[in-house]
Ligand binder design. Structure first.
Ligand code: ZN
Ligand code: ZN
Ligand code: ZN
Ligand code: ZN
Ligand code: ZN
Length: 296
């Protein structure tokens, strides 16, 4: 199920919707979406909005954050984050990369949805690459980002951005404060969350991804509560209309035999080990002869 190629008309919201369609079959889409939501939440909490964007893009191409990878091959978390009003310092602590520069981490981020399904594909070795056929990690992290393996003078992506259809080199990683974005009319806070324009799909998606704000413990408790509720809905009265107390259930003997065989309905205590051979006369088990009722 190949998706139509988008020619410059796409924006982030459409990209995300495309991901939502892929959630079921694609681990990559799930990851991408989770990262987008997580990075939006990080931005709201820190007040610093980090995005990847090209001048041609209508909005932010990617939300950048702790899961994002830098051109140098190291994660965002390995970079220094000194963000003052005057200067952004994002030097890498693992190599001599001077500035964090977002680079796609997965083939899905450059629209190659089919690639991970190909036999022999390995996500751990896949890297976004240059037209010289060498990966971003094989290029020097600082300008002019020349190739270490061939005479290529500067990294030129052999892929296009999923959001704006432009090349990697058309983009920049932007660090903005909430105020700076507000002044420019760019989305902030709740509006910055993926699918903000489609609240229903957003809610469902967050639920599916397990990022709807509930803790793992709360999710577990909610599930228990839900199971309990369903169990109660199942049987609140015996087939004769006698209300069942919690922990009781109805046991129908000789069901659907009809004719002369009496149908017997027994209400038993679910929590106790019910063994009729031993203890039929215990008071908490009420026995009703159903055929009595049927004769009325
Ligand atoms: Zn770096
Ligand atoms: Zn680095
Ligand atoms: Zn190159
Ligand atoms: Zn090269
Ligand atoms: Zn873009």
């Amino acid at each position: 199920f190949d998706l139509p190629k988008m020619m410059g008309q796409a924006n982030n919201e459409q990209t995300i919707l495309q991901c939502v369609q892929q959630i079921g079959p694609s681990v990559g889409a799930q990851k991408m979406l989770t990262w987008e939501f997580q990075h939006a939440q990080e931005a709201e909490m820190s007040g610093v909005y980090i995005t990847w964007r090209s001048p041609q893009a209508k909005d932010d191409c990617f939300r950048v954050g702790s899961n994002s990878k830098c051109f140098c091959g190291h994660l965002f978390t390995s970079h220094e984050k000194k963000l003052t009003a005057k200067k952004t310092s994002t030097q890498c602590q693992k190599c001599d990369c001077k500035h964090f520069q977002f680079v796609p981490r997965r083939p899905e981020e450059v629209g190659m949805w089919w690639l991970p399904r190909r036999k022999g594909f390995n996500i751990n070795t896949w890297r976004a690459s240059c037209q010289c056929k060498h990966s971003h990690e094989e290029h020097k992290p600082n300008r002019p980002m020349n190739c270490k393996k061939c005479g290529c003078y500067s990294f030129q992506s052999d892929f296009c951005c999923l959001g704006c259809d432009q090349k990697f080199e058309e983009h920049e990683t932007l660090f903005e404060t909430e105020r700076e974005r507000q002044v420019q009319g760019k989305p902030i806070r709740q509006e910055f969350l993926p699918l903000a324009q489609n609240p229903e799909i957003q809610r469902e998606t967050m639920k599916k991804l397990g990022i709807d704000g509930r803790s793992a413990e709360q999710r577990f408790l909610d599930e228990l509560e839900e199971e309990k509720r369903q169990a109660q809905e199942e049987q609140t009265h015996s087939s004769l209309g006698i209300p069942l107390k919690s922990g009781q259930k109805e046991l129908v003997l000789n069901p659907h035999k009809g004719g002369s065989v009496p149908q017997v309905s027994v209400i038993i205590d679910k929590s106790k080990n019910y063994n009729p051979k031993q203890d039929v006369k215990r008071p908490e088990k009420s026995i009703q002869l159903m055929n009595k009722n049927l004769k009325k």
